[in-house]
Design a protein around this ligand. Structure first.
Ligand SMILES: [Zn+2]
Length: 641
């Protein structure tokens, strides 16, 4: 399907109909009166604003409520003249209120170079749901499939077709909603969001407007260790179901919309189920936004509700950023930033945008901040204006007449809740209880398979530690000791898995740790040998490459190579004495006060034993020997017991 680009067709408000003769002309003629009646109320930014900027709602207080009331009456009967009058009244009220707010703020908040600013950041994320079919027809969707092969009369919007909601979409949406601690509304409904764009075959999008599926959620987000750590809680305003649009491929020129000679429409993606997740403006900086995006992606991946691939567009984040002087009630002009293809880029784009707006305000050029969509230029590390918003589009929402309201019974929601897998935050808590350091938890949690592999290694303990635990019982060791041992082995395993083993998986380009020749049980045995001091960590590092290459028992390899750690006091004493007698001048220096020489003796002992000495016993014996003929009794304090 080829669409001529003789006229600008980048916006729904384009009045030129020359490139879309028949359909566009009639469509435009029919909507002309409606369009006029709505442009009068653009000042209100009407319905869209009410839902898509929680920040403004908070800031405006009463006026937001006026707006909300007004909006519901507007959608109920747009033609009623009584409502028209009410609308006009509301517009006047709002305008006056805004004007007075503005003058108050200016008096109270003169901005100069020292003024401190605070940002207001909110995110809208579109998550493509991983369902068998599109949202309202039986077409499947596969990314990258040949253009216009995954379409049918329903998703192409042919006259006389009816949408039918796929249950799968609701299930996935409810799962994500529950993972975000949202209330799942028993009743929600679908609405038509009207706008004309060549990749939207029906001329409207089925979405949810005033009765969304999920509302009032929150998400606890961990800031990565390398970003300083910590956590923040982000409010989730709502999450609603909708359908995706198709895709335009711009041809000719430099391949972007402004220089292309024509565009090719691919409708494969049209009608694919999306969940749009809208946050409260709770973020303080780009770091938190990136961490939120990453956590959201982990959740949808753990749920298998989406593949969360940013570069394939199955997860798309639009960020709204504004800044205002600290303490001022009125919010600054909101700028939307799009097209960030990594979370890292997202963090940098937001921090750039905050700085840009602050600088403009401080330079007295605040008016240059306009409501617009900006895009992130990764090469030049800055945001660039994409398009200005000349008054917001109004989408003339009305209830979708071809779909019944969606009813999610409590029973259904509870069933979904019961079948939810363990989510990242729950796993974090579990690993914290095991005593794992935050850095290791962060690495493990990034990959659901790695978590499974780790759990499997620890589970091997129940079979292989039977013998050792019975020994402990005989020795009468208490539970505490047992627990401590478990904690240590858990840490030991996490440490080896997240470092050496994962590095091996990456360099060998294995799909997952499950493809390692060294099986979970054998890894447990290896870690246990180190934890119980049968081999030192250094010997462990030495033999690991061979184990990874061939798999097999670490104990067998240790026995075969005679690498087990020397823990016998007599044997260690013998080695230490030999070293001391071979290095008499250093011993003299040591006893004269050159205590730094201890490291020299430790090194000599290790070399003599092939690195097999038990470190703590060796330390104890070596110290007692070194200080044995020393004059001062105080030195005995340094003996490690
Ligand atoms: Zn279809």
């Amino acid at each position: 399907m080829q669409i001529a680009r003789s006229a600008s067709s980048s916006s729904s408000s384009s009045s030129s109909s020359s490139s879309f003769p028949a359909r566009n002309a009639t469509t435009f003629a029919r909507y002309q009166p409606l369009r006029q009646s709505f442009t009068r109320y653009k000042k209100n930014e009407l319905l869209r604003e009410i839902f898509f900027s929680a920040e403004e709602r908070r800031g405006r207080g009463n006026s937001a409520r006026t707006q909300k009331r007004f909006s519901s009456s507007a959608s109920a009967s747009a033609s009623s003249s009584k409502t028209e009058q009410q609308k006009q009244k509301a517009v006047l009220l709002l305008t006056k209120q805004e004007q007075s707010n503005e003058t108050d703020d200016r008096k109270e908040f003169p901005i100069d170079a020292r003024t401190e600013f605070e940002p207001t950041i909110g995110i809208e994320t579109h998550v493509q749901l991983l369902t068998k079919t599109k949202a309202f027809c039986a077409c499947a969707y596969v990314y990258g499939e040949r253009q216009n092969t995954l379409v049918c009369p329903i998703c192409l919007g042919h006259p006389g077709t009816y949408p039918k909601l796929a249950e799968d979409c609701v299930l996935k949406a409810v799962q994500i909603g529950l993972a975000l601690s949202c209330d799942i509304n028993e009743r929600s409904k679908f609405d038509r969001k009207q706008y004309f764009y060549p990749d939207l075959p029906k001329g409207y999008q089925i979405s949810q407007f005033d009765e969304p599926l999920c509302e009032h959620g929150s998400l606890k987000v961990q800031i990565p260790v390398e970003e300083g750590g910590g956590e923040c809680v982000i409010g989730i305003t709502r999450a609603h179901l909708e359908e995706d649009a198709g895709k335009l491929n711009h041809v000719g020129g430099s391949g972007n919309v402004s220089t292309a000679t024509h565009s090719l429409a691919d409708y494969n993606r049209a009608g694919v189920a999306l969940l749009e997740i809208v946050t409260e403006p709770d973020f303080k900086n780009g770091k938190e936004v990136a961490a939120y995006g990453q956590e959201l992606r982990r959740i949808v991946r753990y749920l298998k509700a989406s593949d969360g691939n940013l570069n394939e567009g199955s997860m798309r984040c639009d960020v709204n950023v504004s800044v205002k002087p600290v303490g001022r009630k009125r919010f600054g002009t909101k700028v939307e930033v799009k097209n960030m293809n990594s979370f890292n880029a997202m963090a940098r784009a937001i921090d750039f945008e905050i700085e840009r707006q602050e600088k403009l305000y401080k330079a007295g050029r605040g008016e240059e901040i306009v409501q617009e969509t900006r895009t992130w230029d990764d090469q030049n590390q800055c945001t660039v204006s994409m398009r200005k918003k000349e008054g917001l589009a109004d989408y003339r929402y009305f209830p979708e007449p071809d779909l019944n309201p969606l009813v999610c019974t409590k029973k259904f929601v509870e069933r979904v809740r019961k079948e939810m897998p363990e989510l990242p935050n729950e796993i974090r808590e579990r690993f914290k209880k095991l005593g794992l350091p935050n850095g290791d938890i962060q690495v493990l949690i990034e990959d659901e398979n790695l978590v499974k592999f780790y759990d499997e290694i620890l589970q091997s303990s129940s079979s292989s530690s039977k013998s050792s635990s019975s020994e402990e019982d005989e020795e009468g060791k208490d539970n505490n000791n047992n627990k401590k041992k478990k904690v240590n082995i858990a840490r030991q395993v996490a440490n080896w898995l997240t470092n050496d083993l994962l590095a091996f998986v990456k360099t060998e380009k294995l799909d997952s740790a499950f493809d390692l020749k060294l099986k979970p049980k054998e890894i447990y045995e290896f870690c246990l040998l180190i934890e119980t001091n049968e081999i030192s960590g250094k010997i462990g590092k030495d033999i690991l490459p061979e184990l990874l290459k061939n798999g097999g028992s670490a104990r067998a390899l240790v026995d075969e190579k005679n690498l087990s750690q020397i823990s016998s006091k007599e044997e260690i004493l013998k080695i230490c004495k030999t070293v001391l007698s071979e290095n008499k001048s250093q011993l003299e220096d040591y006893r004269k006060g050159k205590t730094k020489l201890k490291a020299f003796f430790v090194g000599k002992c290790l070399a003599l034993s092939g690195g097999r000495l038990n470190p703590s016993i060796t330390d104890e014996i070596l110290m007692s020997l070194l200080n044995a003929e020393s004059n001062s009794d105080d030195d005995s304090d340094t003996i490690i017991k």
